[in-house]
Design a protein around this ligand. Structure first.
Ligand SMILES: NC(=O)C1=CN([C@@H]2O[C@H](COP(=O)(O)OP(=O)(O)OC[C@H]3O[C@@H](n4cnc5c(N)ncnc54)[C@H](O)[C@@H]3O)[C@@H](O)[C@H]2O)C=CC1
Ligand SMILES: O=C(O)[C@@H]1CCC=N1
Length: 274
């Protein structure tokens, strides 16, 4: 294969985020042509091939066909994967994109042929519904063109930002893990509806639509969250009674501590494995 003749994308690791990205990208492209998946579990590979019409290949075939190798395995599995992948990577023909939480581009570069361009990305699962948030950082050999290439890949499934790599652990704690915090809040709010005697399906409908409407307002109104909250909080009314309880139970401090813990875990995951 001549350097530069490769096209398309191979997703290595078809787990939760690998599938979210695959699903969004295949939907946007209109088919799975030019998209391959490498998956350790044959059963999972067959499932993804059937669901999205993508080809399932091994690492050597992925590297032979695809220009972009998108690594979506657990941080703990990255080193083992790189050892298997490295013999098939050509620095002048591939762009390696890693979504592994915490793992620095320097660690990936050290395991690949000298000069391989690596872009670190923190995506999130709303990519599944084209509402993802992907945050990109360049490794030592990734140029603006490589960042543009990674951005073009991810832009169809949501918004894209670029940050210095030093901010990626914080980004991971905010937008990478972020959907889980919102799902957790929604889960708790639905439980509150159950406590108040509403049927589960009604409580879920009320809360999901309220979450959706609030998210659209946050994104589109241009107003600060404080202003939006104040507009809901009538003097002597119901909302302030609830807000007082949230503050009394330390919910704000709990969220800050939770996100700080996620940041710390991302830093730990980035350290070389024993
Ligand atoms: N789940 C999420 O919302 C997000 C996850 N990430 C990152 O994405 C990566 C994957 O996370 P999840 O999808 O949640 O994990 P997961 O455990 O659901 O998926 C990992 C997949 O990789 C496969 N795998 C492992 N080694 C392999 C190899 N050598 N070759 C081929 N396939 C291999 C496993 O069989 C599994 O299906 C992690 O590094 C995580 O930090 C990043 C952003 C968001
Ligand atoms: O929980 C995790 O480690 C991954 C990274 C960001 C979201 N999920």
């Amino acid at each position: 294969m001549i350097a530069g003749s490769r096209r398309g994308l191979a997703v290595v690791g078809g787990g939760k985020i690998g599938e979210a990205l695959l699903a969004g990208l295949v939907r946007q492209a209109g088919s799975g042509a030019g998209i391959w998946v490498v998956e350790r579990s044959p059963q999972r590979a067959a499932e993804l091939a059937a669901r999205y019409g993508v080809g399932t290949v091994d690492l050597a075939e992925a590297a032979a066909h695809a220009r972009v190798l998108l690594l979506a395995v657990k941080p703990q599995d990255v080193d083992a994967l790189l050892a298997l992948l490295a013999p098939h990577v050509a620095a002048d023909a591939h762009l390696v994109v890693s979504v592994a939480a915490g793992v620095p581009t320097a660690r990936i570069e050290a395991a690949l042929p000298a000069g391989t361009p690596v872009v670190r990305v923190m995506p999130n699962t709303p990519a599944l519904v084209d509402a993802g948030m992907s945050v990109l950082s360049a490794g030592a050999h990734a140029t603006e063109e490589h960042l543009d290439e990674a951005e073009a890949l991810l832009a169809p499934v949501g918004r894209v930002q670029r940050v210095p790599e030093s901010q990626q652990d914080a980004v991971t704690a905010l937008s990478g893990s972020g959907p889980a915090y919102f799902f957790f809040l929604v889960e708790a709010m639905i439980d509150a509806g159950i406590l108040l005697g509403l049927p589960r399906s009604l409580a879920a409908d009320l809360i999901v639509q309220t979450a959706y409407g609030s998210a659209v307002m946050l994104r589109d109104s241009g107003e600060h969250p404080v202003q939006l909250r104040e507009a809901v909080t009538s003097p002597g009314g119901t909302t302030i009674a609830a807000i007082r309880e949230l503050e009394r139970h330390g919910v704000r401090a709990a969220l800050i501590a939770a996100i700080e813990a996620a940041h710390q875990r991302s830093v730990e995951l980035g350290r070389p494995q024993d």
